[in-house]
Design a protein around this ligand. Structure first.
Ligand code: GLU
Length: 416
């Protein structure tokens, strides 16, 4: 079962729960556009290598296509298609006026110099040409990319518009560095949003976050910010895993020291502030919140059976496969689904895009306050639907998104 099968399975369940219009259903089963580009890039040693890049544009009925750009060795068509569809639902859940898209290049960025990464990014952007743009399709960071990557995309894109349009297209990507037109609070936004969602869950369940525990899979942008922000509320990080290994500590791991270690060594393995544990031990860690913040398909029938947590909070996109989801439901473990829990990133991307359009710079407090308001509202809407229609949280989030999208299709009709 690949990521796209999982995404379709989720859509089918929601479609059945809400009686989705069959025509809208048919449209949403496939992305609108699938772009695949193969492009050569000169390596530092003078040789050339051919790269395969994707940009999948799932849907733009609610606004311009929007979604991340992933650099990873396992990027493939069905993965990018799934991620693009999840972006459509995510933007609709938080009522951000964007559609869904996703891009990727199949390679391991850790095996390349900064100069090679720059040439790969620029050549990919050039190959996409006018298939992206501030009013059409707006990439952002994802696994393996960051603010610097986005600035390279922006600069390359600016180089093929007329002189007098250059500044007007600054919003052709979001997640840029602050100095090149990024927003305050964008880098931590996904982690911050996830923490706001956890706080809402805690409020609803009268659960004190001070003194609680969490385990994290992945210590990249999302994981590291979640660790820092949750710790500030009195929670302690009792286990962490990434592709280098897993570390545990009953008394809690120090988020900033761990971030420093990951920065220096590339992974959590060898961190002196905790003990090495096995993957099986990691999944079986006793904690309140289990937070996958890495890649898809991590919570399977096998790993879901091991979890000893109250809630799974999906920082990653698509971390739970269909079997894993069934096991969690049987075991009474709640899910705060990706399209709600990790929507903070794209929400602040929208704020960045708005600031670029208006030539404004909002303060961090303004950004955080608006992000908080957006997620509190989305959480309340999803939970109300879940209660009223007796749905699980994921299906409720899908139903909320799909009802908004279906409504627009009904109003606009299908051309011609
Ligand atoms: N890659 C992030 C996500 O999956 C952010 C997307 C965006 O900001 O457009 O939500």
């Amino acid at each position: 079962m690949n990521a796209y099968d999982i995404a379709i399975g989720q859509l089918e369940r929601a479609a059945a729960a809400m009686n989705l219009d069959p025509q809208v259903h048919t449209i949403l089963l496939q992305p609108k556009n699938e772009l695949i580009v193969n492009f050569p890039v000169k390596m530092d040693d003078g040789s050339f290598r051919l790269f395969k890049g994707y940009r999948i544009q799932h849907n733009n009925i609610m606004g311009p296509f929007k979604g991340g750009l992933r650099f990873h060795r396992d990027v493939h068509l069905d993965e990018v298609k799934a991620l693009a569809a999840w972006m459509t639902w995510k933007c609709a859940v938080v009522e951000v006026p964007f559609g869904g898209a996703m891009g990727g290049i199949k390679f391991d960025p850790r095996c390349h110099s900064a100069a090679e990464l720059e040439r790969i990014t620029r050549r990919y952007t050039h190959a996409l040409g006018n298939n992206i743009g501030p009013d059409h399709d707006i990439p952002a960071p994802d696994v393996g990319t960051n603010g610097q990557t986005m600035v390279w995309v922006m600069d390359t894109y600016m180089n093929f518009v007329p002189q007098d349009r250059k500044n007007a297209v600054r919003g052709c990507v979001t997640g840029k560095t602050l100095s090149s037109g990024g927003s305050q609070g964008r880098e931590k936004a996904t982690g911050q949003g996830l923490v706001y969602v956890i706080q809402e869950w805690a409020r609803e369940n009268h659960f004190p976050l001070d003194g609680c525990t969490f385990a994290l899979q992945g210590y990249g942008n999302v994981g590291a910010h979640v660790a820092r922000l949750l710790s500030r509320l009195g929670a302690s990080l009792v286990a962490v895993q990434d592709d280098s290994g897993a570390i545990g500590a009953g008394e809690g791991l120090h988020p900033a020291r761990l971030a420093e270690h990951v920065q220096q060594t590339g992974g959590v393995r060898g961190f002196s502030g905790g003990d090495e544990i096995s993957a099986a031990e990691f999944f079986a860690t006793n904690c309140d919140f289990f937070i996958p913040a890495a890649l898809e398909k991590q919570i399977t029938a096998e790993t879901a059976a091991r979890l000893r947590c109250k809630v799974v909070v999906e920082g990653a996109n698509g971390p739970t496969d269909s079997e894993g989801e069934r096991v969690l439901a049987q075991r009474g473990i709640d899910i705060l689904p990706d399209i709600l829990a990790n929507a903070g990133g794209v929400t602040v991307s929208y704020f960045e895009w708005l600031q670029n359009r208006r030539a404004e710079a909002w303060t961090l407090d303004e950004v955080d306050e608006r992000l908080h308001r957006t997620l509190v509202h989305a959480y309340a809407t999803v939970r109300r639907l879940a209660r009223e229609r007796r749905l699980d949280n994921r299906t409720a989030a899908y139903v909320h998104a799909l009802e908004r999208i279906q409504n627009v299709y009904r109003e606009r009709g299908i051309f011609p």
